[in-house]
Design a protein around this ligand. Structure first.
Ligand SMILES: [Mn+2]
Length: 327
Protein backbone atom coordinates (compact mmCIF):
# COMPACT_ATOMS: atom_id res chain seq x y z
CA UNK A 1 0.00 0.00 0.00
CA UNK A 2 1.14 3.54 -0.80
CA UNK A 3 -0.84 5.82 1.50
CA UNK A 4 -0.70 8.83 -0.87
CA UNK A 5 -2.46 6.78 -3.58
CA UNK A 6 -5.20 5.81 -1.12
CA UNK A 7 -5.74 9.45 -0.10
CA UNK A 8 -5.79 11.05 -3.56
CA UNK A 9 -8.20 13.99 -3.67
CA UNK A 10 -8.86 14.02 0.09
CA UNK A 11 -9.07 17.48 1.66
CA UNK A 12 -9.84 16.39 5.23
CA UNK A 13 -8.19 13.43 6.91
CA UNK A 14 -8.78 12.09 10.43
CA UNK A 15 -6.46 9.71 12.26
CA UNK A 16 -6.96 7.75 15.48
CA UNK A 17 -5.67 4.76 17.43
CA UNK A 18 -6.75 2.71 20.42
CA UNK A 19 -7.87 3.79 23.87
CA UNK A 20 -5.17 4.26 26.49
CA UNK A 21 -2.59 4.98 23.74
CA UNK A 22 0.88 3.48 24.08
CA UNK A 23 4.08 4.51 22.30
CA UNK A 24 3.30 2.57 19.14
CA UNK A 25 -0.23 3.92 18.89
CA UNK A 26 0.78 7.55 19.44
CA UNK A 27 4.00 7.24 17.43
CA UNK A 28 2.28 5.75 14.40
CA UNK A 29 -0.56 8.32 14.48
CA UNK A 30 1.85 11.25 14.75
CA UNK A 31 4.40 9.80 12.31
CA UNK A 32 1.69 9.40 9.69
CA UNK A 33 0.12 12.80 10.47
CA UNK A 34 3.46 14.64 10.20
CA UNK A 35 4.14 12.89 6.89
CA UNK A 36 0.70 13.72 5.45
CA UNK A 37 0.89 17.37 6.54
CA UNK A 38 4.15 17.57 4.59
CA UNK A 39 3.11 15.51 1.56
CA UNK A 40 -0.41 17.01 1.27
CA UNK A 41 -0.01 20.63 2.49
CA UNK A 42 -3.47 21.56 1.16
CA UNK A 43 -5.19 18.90 3.26
CA UNK A 44 -6.25 19.21 6.88
CA UNK A 45 -5.02 16.33 9.03
CA UNK A 46 -6.59 15.89 12.50
CA UNK A 47 -5.37 13.37 15.08
CA UNK A 48 -7.73 12.13 17.84
CA UNK A 49 -6.24 10.30 20.82
CA UNK A 50 -6.90 10.08 24.53
CA UNK A 51 -4.38 12.07 26.63
CA UNK A 52 -0.86 10.67 26.47
CA UNK A 53 1.46 9.77 29.32
CA UNK A 54 3.91 12.58 29.86
CA UNK A 55 7.00 10.76 28.53
CA UNK A 56 5.19 10.01 25.26
CA UNK A 57 3.84 13.54 24.95
CA UNK A 58 7.38 14.91 25.32
CA UNK A 59 9.18 12.46 23.05
CA UNK A 60 6.83 12.20 20.08
CA UNK A 61 6.96 15.30 17.85
CA UNK A 62 3.71 17.11 17.09
CA UNK A 63 1.70 15.77 20.03
CA UNK A 64 0.59 19.33 20.89
CA UNK A 65 -1.71 19.14 17.83
CA UNK A 66 -3.60 16.07 19.11
CA UNK A 67 -7.32 16.64 19.72
CA UNK A 68 -7.59 14.85 23.06
CA UNK A 69 -11.09 16.30 23.58
CA UNK A 70 -12.28 14.58 20.37
CA UNK A 71 -13.81 17.83 19.09
CA UNK A 72 -13.88 18.91 15.46
CA UNK A 73 -15.95 21.15 13.19
CA UNK A 74 -15.82 18.62 10.36
CA UNK A 75 -18.92 16.44 9.97
CA UNK A 76 -17.59 13.93 7.48
CA UNK A 77 -13.89 13.45 6.88
CA UNK A 78 -12.90 12.57 3.33
CA UNK A 79 -10.79 9.82 4.86
CA UNK A 80 -10.42 8.38 8.34
CA UNK A 81 -7.46 6.18 9.27
CA UNK A 82 -7.26 3.84 12.29
CA UNK A 83 -3.82 2.70 13.40
CA UNK A 84 -2.60 -0.03 15.80
CA UNK A 85 -6.10 -1.39 16.46
CA UNK A 86 -9.38 -2.30 14.81
CA UNK A 87 -12.20 0.26 14.75
CA UNK A 88 -13.82 -1.14 17.90
CA UNK A 89 -11.25 0.29 20.34
CA UNK A 90 -11.07 3.92 19.18
CA UNK A 91 -13.53 5.37 21.75
CA UNK A 92 -15.12 8.66 20.66
CA UNK A 93 -13.42 8.65 17.24
CA UNK A 94 -15.77 5.85 16.19
CA UNK A 95 -18.38 8.44 15.11
CA UNK A 96 -15.90 10.14 12.76
CA UNK A 97 -14.85 6.75 11.39
CA UNK A 98 -18.44 5.68 10.71
CA UNK A 99 -19.28 8.96 8.92
CA UNK A 100 -16.11 9.18 6.82
CA UNK A 101 -16.33 8.82 3.04
CA UNK A 102 -13.33 6.53 2.99
CA UNK A 103 -11.85 4.43 5.81
CA UNK A 104 -8.41 2.86 6.17
CA UNK A 105 -7.13 0.45 8.84
CA UNK A 106 -3.41 -0.19 9.36
CA UNK A 107 -2.52 -2.66 12.12
CA UNK A 108 -0.11 -5.38 13.22
CA UNK A 109 -2.49 -7.31 15.51
CA UNK A 110 -3.18 -10.71 14.03
CA UNK A 111 -6.66 -10.68 15.62
CA UNK A 112 -7.70 -7.65 13.53
CA UNK A 113 -10.16 -8.87 10.87
CA UNK A 114 -9.72 -5.68 8.81
CA UNK A 115 -12.35 -3.23 9.92
CA UNK A 116 -12.20 -0.54 7.20
CA UNK A 117 -12.85 -0.20 3.47
CA UNK A 118 -9.13 -0.49 2.83
CA UNK A 119 -7.04 -2.66 5.17
CA UNK A 120 -3.34 -3.15 5.63
CA UNK A 121 -3.00 -5.70 8.45
CA UNK A 122 0.24 -7.60 8.90
CA UNK A 123 0.50 -9.75 12.03
CA UNK A 124 4.17 -10.47 11.52
CA UNK A 125 5.16 -6.81 11.70
CA UNK A 126 6.73 -5.58 14.96
CA UNK A 127 4.60 -2.47 15.28
CA UNK A 128 2.13 -0.16 13.62
CA UNK A 129 5.06 2.25 13.21
CA UNK A 130 6.89 -0.32 11.08
CA UNK A 131 3.80 -0.56 8.85
CA UNK A 132 3.49 3.24 8.61
CA UNK A 133 7.11 3.31 7.45
CA UNK A 134 6.18 0.85 4.68
CA UNK A 135 3.29 2.97 3.35
CA UNK A 136 4.85 6.46 3.36
CA UNK A 137 7.20 7.96 0.76
CA UNK A 138 10.69 7.72 2.21
CA UNK A 139 12.08 10.80 0.46
CA UNK A 140 9.84 12.97 2.68
CA UNK A 141 10.93 11.47 6.02
CA UNK A 142 12.61 13.98 8.33
CA UNK A 143 13.92 13.87 11.90
CA UNK A 144 10.47 14.51 13.43
CA UNK A 145 8.73 11.75 11.47
CA UNK A 146 11.64 9.38 12.11
CA UNK A 147 11.56 10.07 15.85
CA UNK A 148 7.80 9.46 16.11
CA UNK A 149 8.12 6.09 14.35
CA UNK A 150 11.19 5.11 16.38
CA UNK A 151 9.31 5.63 19.66
CA UNK A 152 6.68 3.09 18.58
CA UNK A 153 9.23 0.55 17.41
CA UNK A 154 11.12 0.80 20.72
CA UNK A 155 7.87 0.42 22.69
CA UNK A 156 6.42 -2.62 20.91
CA UNK A 157 9.68 -4.56 20.56
CA UNK A 158 10.75 -3.96 24.18
CA UNK A 159 13.81 -2.16 22.81
CA UNK A 160 14.31 -4.72 20.04
CA UNK A 161 14.32 -7.65 22.53
CA UNK A 162 11.03 -9.42 21.75
CA UNK A 163 10.70 -12.12 19.10
CA UNK A 164 8.63 -9.76 16.89
CA UNK A 165 11.93 -7.99 16.08
CA UNK A 166 12.87 -8.96 12.53
CA UNK A 167 15.75 -8.15 10.25
CA UNK A 168 13.44 -5.64 8.57
CA UNK A 169 12.65 -4.05 11.97
CA UNK A 170 16.36 -3.51 12.59
CA UNK A 171 16.91 -2.18 9.06
CA UNK A 172 14.12 0.37 9.46
CA UNK A 173 15.29 1.39 12.95
CA UNK A 174 18.84 1.71 11.63
CA UNK A 175 17.63 3.92 8.79
CA UNK A 176 15.51 6.08 11.13
CA UNK A 177 18.38 6.91 13.52
CA UNK A 178 20.38 8.36 10.62
CA UNK A 179 18.05 11.39 10.84
CA UNK A 180 19.89 12.44 13.95
CA UNK A 181 17.34 12.64 16.76
CA UNK A 182 18.49 11.86 20.28
CA UNK A 183 17.62 8.15 20.42
CA UNK A 184 19.42 7.24 23.70
CA UNK A 185 17.21 9.74 25.52
CA UNK A 186 14.07 8.28 23.91
CA UNK A 187 14.93 4.73 24.97
CA UNK A 188 15.70 5.94 28.49
CA UNK A 189 12.63 8.13 28.97
CA UNK A 190 10.07 6.08 27.05
CA UNK A 191 11.19 2.62 28.03
CA UNK A 192 13.30 2.51 31.20
CA UNK A 193 12.48 5.55 33.29
CA UNK A 194 10.15 5.23 36.30
CA UNK A 195 9.01 7.86 38.76
CA UNK A 196 10.49 7.65 42.24
CA UNK A 197 7.11 6.47 43.55
CA UNK A 198 7.04 3.71 40.91
CA UNK A 199 10.57 2.66 41.90
CA UNK A 200 9.54 2.38 45.55
CA UNK A 201 6.45 0.33 44.64
CA UNK A 202 8.60 -1.98 42.51
CA UNK A 203 11.01 -2.33 45.44
CA UNK A 204 8.16 -3.20 47.77
CA UNK A 205 6.80 -5.82 45.35
CA UNK A 206 10.23 -7.40 44.87
CA UNK A 207 11.06 -7.50 48.57
CA UNK A 208 7.82 -9.22 49.52
CA UNK A 209 7.82 -11.63 46.57
CA UNK A 210 7.65 -15.38 47.15
CA UNK A 211 9.37 -18.15 45.25
CA UNK A 212 7.42 -21.28 44.26
CA UNK A 213 8.13 -24.47 42.31
CA UNK A 214 11.76 -24.48 43.33
CA UNK A 215 12.32 -20.92 42.10
CA UNK A 216 10.63 -21.38 38.72
CA UNK A 217 7.63 -19.21 39.59
CA UNK A 218 7.97 -15.86 41.38
CA UNK A 219 4.83 -14.32 42.87
CA UNK A 220 4.02 -11.00 44.48
CA UNK A 221 0.92 -9.04 45.44
CA UNK A 222 0.20 -5.47 46.53
CA UNK A 223 -3.09 -4.36 48.05
CA UNK A 224 -4.44 -0.82 47.66
CA UNK A 225 -3.22 0.23 51.08
CA UNK A 226 0.36 -0.72 50.22
CA UNK A 227 0.28 1.21 46.93
CA UNK A 228 -1.36 4.26 48.51
CA UNK A 229 1.08 4.24 51.43
CA UNK A 230 3.90 4.85 48.94
CA UNK A 231 1.96 7.64 47.21
CA UNK A 232 1.07 5.58 44.16
CA UNK A 233 -1.97 4.67 42.09
CA UNK A 234 -2.90 1.52 40.15
CA UNK A 235 -0.98 2.35 36.97
CA UNK A 236 2.26 2.71 38.95
CA UNK A 237 2.59 -1.09 39.11
CA UNK A 238 3.37 -1.40 35.40
CA UNK A 239 6.52 -3.44 34.74
CA UNK A 240 6.56 -5.25 38.09
CA UNK A 241 5.53 -8.61 36.63
CA UNK A 242 8.37 -8.37 34.05
CA UNK A 243 10.87 -7.59 36.80
CA UNK A 244 9.72 -10.71 38.69
CA UNK A 245 10.12 -13.01 35.68
CA UNK A 246 13.68 -11.72 35.14
CA UNK A 247 14.79 -13.71 38.21
CA UNK A 248 17.50 -16.30 37.53
CA UNK A 249 15.97 -19.76 37.27
CA UNK A 250 12.39 -18.50 36.96
CA UNK A 251 10.19 -19.41 34.01
CA UNK A 252 7.05 -17.57 35.05
CA UNK A 253 5.81 -14.81 37.31
CA UNK A 254 2.48 -13.73 38.74
CA UNK A 255 1.76 -10.27 40.07
CA UNK A 256 -1.60 -9.13 41.46
CA UNK A 257 -2.66 -5.70 42.65
CA UNK A 258 -5.90 -4.71 44.25
CA UNK A 259 -8.22 -2.33 42.47
CA UNK A 260 -11.33 -0.50 43.61
CA UNK A 261 -14.11 -2.61 45.04
CA UNK A 262 -11.88 -5.44 46.23
CA UNK A 263 -11.15 -6.62 42.70
CA UNK A 264 -7.63 -7.89 41.87
CA UNK A 265 -5.85 -7.44 38.55
CA UNK A 266 -3.50 -10.35 37.92
CA UNK A 267 -0.65 -10.23 35.37
CA UNK A 268 1.29 -13.30 34.27
CA UNK A 269 4.54 -13.60 32.33
CA UNK A 270 6.68 -16.50 31.20
CA UNK A 271 10.06 -16.81 29.53
CA UNK A 272 10.06 -20.10 27.66
CA UNK A 273 7.83 -22.93 28.82
CA UNK A 274 4.64 -22.03 30.68
CA UNK A 275 1.69 -20.97 28.51
CA UNK A 276 0.28 -18.22 30.73
CA UNK A 277 -2.57 -17.50 28.28
CA UNK A 278 -4.13 -20.87 29.11
CA UNK A 279 -3.83 -20.17 32.84
CA UNK A 280 -5.38 -16.69 32.51
CA UNK A 281 -8.16 -18.15 30.35
CA UNK A 282 -9.17 -20.52 33.18
CA UNK A 283 -9.83 -17.38 35.27
CA UNK A 284 -11.76 -15.54 32.57
CA UNK A 285 -8.78 -13.60 31.21
CA UNK A 286 -6.55 -13.95 28.18
CA UNK A 287 -3.63 -12.59 26.20
CA UNK A 288 -0.50 -14.07 24.68
CA UNK A 289 1.44 -17.23 25.56
CA UNK A 290 4.18 -15.21 27.27
CA UNK A 291 2.08 -12.32 28.64
CA UNK A 292 -1.45 -12.55 29.94
CA UNK A 293 -3.80 -11.20 32.54
CA UNK A 294 -7.08 -11.77 34.30
CA UNK A 295 -9.27 -10.18 36.95
CA UNK A 296 -10.22 -11.91 40.16
CA UNK A 297 -13.50 -10.54 41.46
CA UNK A 298 -14.17 -9.73 45.09
CA UNK A 299 -16.17 -12.95 45.35
CA UNK A 300 -13.03 -15.02 44.87
CA UNK A 301 -10.19 -15.27 47.32
CA UNK A 302 -7.01 -13.93 45.72
CA UNK A 303 -4.53 -16.12 47.63
CA UNK A 304 -6.38 -19.32 46.74
CA UNK A 305 -6.66 -18.24 43.09
CA UNK A 306 -2.94 -17.48 42.84
CA UNK A 307 -2.00 -20.80 44.44
CA UNK A 308 -4.20 -22.51 41.84
CA UNK A 309 -2.35 -20.62 39.07
CA UNK A 310 1.01 -21.68 40.52
CA UNK A 311 -0.23 -25.27 40.59
CA UNK A 312 -1.23 -25.05 36.91
CA UNK A 313 2.18 -23.61 36.02
CA UNK A 314 3.79 -26.47 37.95
CA UNK A 315 1.80 -29.04 35.98
CA UNK A 316 2.94 -27.48 32.71
CA UNK A 317 6.57 -27.49 33.83
CA UNK A 318 6.35 -31.16 34.83
CA UNK A 319 4.67 -32.00 31.51
CA UNK A 320 7.46 -30.20 29.67
CA UNK A 321 10.11 -32.41 31.33
CA UNK A 322 8.11 -35.57 30.44
CA UNK A 323 7.69 -34.49 26.83
CA UNK A 324 11.37 -33.94 26.30
CA UNK A 325 13.03 -36.82 24.40
CA UNK A 326 15.67 -38.82 26.27
CA UNK A 327 19.10 -37.52 25.51
MN1 LIG B 1 1.32 -1.73 18.46
Amino acid sequence: MRILDELKGCGTIGISGHQNPDGDCAGSCMGLALFLRKAMPEARVDVFLEPLRDELYRNIPGTETIRADFRTDIDCYDAFIVLDSAKDRISAAKTFFDRAARTINIDHHISNPGSAMVNYVNGSSSSACELVFEVIDHDLIDARIAQALYVGMVTDTGCFRFSNTSRRTMEIAGYLITFGFEFPRIVREVYFEKTWVQQKILGKALSKSKSYLGGRCIVSTLDRMAIQALGGVGKDVEGIVSALVSTTGADCSIFAHERQGGEWRVSLRSNQIVDVASIAARFGGGGHIRASGCTIGPDREITTSILKMVEMAGEQLRQDVQDRPDM
